[in-house]
Write a protein that binds this ligand. Sequence first.
Ligand SMILES: Nc1ncnc2c1ncn2[C@@H]1O[C@H](COP(=O)(O)OP(=O)(O)OP(=O)(O)O)[C@@H](O)[C@H]1O
Length: 531
Amino acid sequence: MSADTLATVKPAVELEGITKRFPGVIANHDIRITVEPGTVHAIVGENGAGKSTLMKILYGMQKPDEGTIKINGAEVSFRTPSDAIAAGIGMVHQHFMLADNLTVVENIVLGTRGGRDTASARARIAALAESHGLRVDPGKLVEDLGVGDRQRVEILKVLYRGARILILDEPTAVLVPQEVEELFQNLRELKADGLTVIFISHKLDEVLDIADAITVIRRGTTVASVNPADVTARQLAELMVGSELPTPETRESTVTDRVAFKVSHLTMEAEDHRPVPKGVEISTYVDKLREEGKRLLLDDVSFEIHEGEILGIAGVEGNGQSELIETIMGIRPAHGVIELGEHDISDWSTLRRRESGIGYIPEDRHRQGLLLEASLWENRVLGHQTRKPARSGIWINRRASKADTARIVKDYDVRTPSVETLALALSGGNQQKLIVGREMSGEPKFLIAAHPTRGVDVGAQAAIWDHLREARAAGLAVLLISADLDELIGLSDTLRVIYRGRLVAALDPSDITPERLGGYMTGAIADNEET
Ligand SMILES: Nc1ncnc2c1ncn2[C@@H]1O[C@H](COP(=O)(O)OP(=O)(O)OP(=O)(O)O)[C@@H](O)[C@H]1O
């Protein structure tokens, strides 16, 4: 673009003096951001800094109390997301909103006028995909697509609705390094085509890699707008938190020889669960299932975790991680044996498993982790009703529960006006900190940590890692499942990879790079062991 045309081009988005108040909290205060067209503009900030609120305002989901929004120089006032879409804004959510049982084309046209898979719809999608370099097979069922492809479908979906300004909410949280590189390539092409991308992320090195401009939000207000060429990731993190950060400690093994948790030959069929016929060995039965060509969601999974050990399981989402966790928690049946310490717990109820010392940080904090309509202290008690501090005789001890919630709020730096606040009023990262605090407070013997720091900022992430390391040093056994490869490599004592329901590799975390790990996860590097 030449200097003459630049002078006449209006900013794609101008936010001027945006303020949004909730009871007891000012989520946004006098926010000022200018996003130039044809750029990737990153917005970074701690948990609860106000990023989501701001994006909801820009996407018409919430109304600001004060301030103006201009799109391409014209002032707008959105009442609903449809208004924002009509103005050329598209939102790609972190959790994909696709129907698994429909094809790529059907998903893209769903909900648009016409809304059917017609030849002209197909032609338009093919043209969009071609011109923006968004490679994906239009006739495939979404359930057969990998995570990176699904994200491309989400991007195509908003482009199909005419978006010229795309908001991406933590788009790399679910991707392996190779997919991140592909996404960035896609974003560069979109930018070259004159589209504008607003990119929300906690991963500062990625932000520095892809963004043309970065705005830092702290405690609801814009504190800095920086050029990525002028800052390091560390300086950016310090701008975000307003103080200096701790450095990661060196690894010291705390692994003992006492087995805390063990699973043997866990196998789950895609079809309905049927019991293993009497007198038949599980491994013989599994071989038979394989011979019959049955699709296995878990395929003969065996491992043990010692006291003081963190076992990390890497894998692209959808390769059996959820099934594994659900089986261990007693939510979904599978063949095989599960042991906690001395006990065979395969037939125990979920409640009994929890009461016997299994802690669980679930992967979906909204569906499994929190009652959003309940207060923080009530959420503290959730799933721990029968134990201290909740239980006092047959009653729930409110005073003790509230005091313990206040302790968690302090120890885990949960940003909230009070323990009476409803969970839904907390930012995503602060909800996560509350769950981690609650599950660690139950003093579990064995902890399932599924994406324990998803959506939390660098400061809170370091704090959660410290808590996990401390508990491990005190003898806790942890099963860590995470899409954050640095987290997996940094925390795990032992690392396995799950691919199509099978544990395919046993790796030494001190001797692996995220890129090689990504290779195992996508099947590009084959098994390094047979069982
Ligand atoms: N509906 C609501 N009611 C009350 N308070 C709210 C509501 N939505 C957000 N808040 C508060 O506004 C503040 C900003 O939250 P927001 O979700 O915008 O933060 P964020 O920067 O997106 O955080 P994260 O990185 O954790 O997702 C927080 O203190 C949050 O508790």
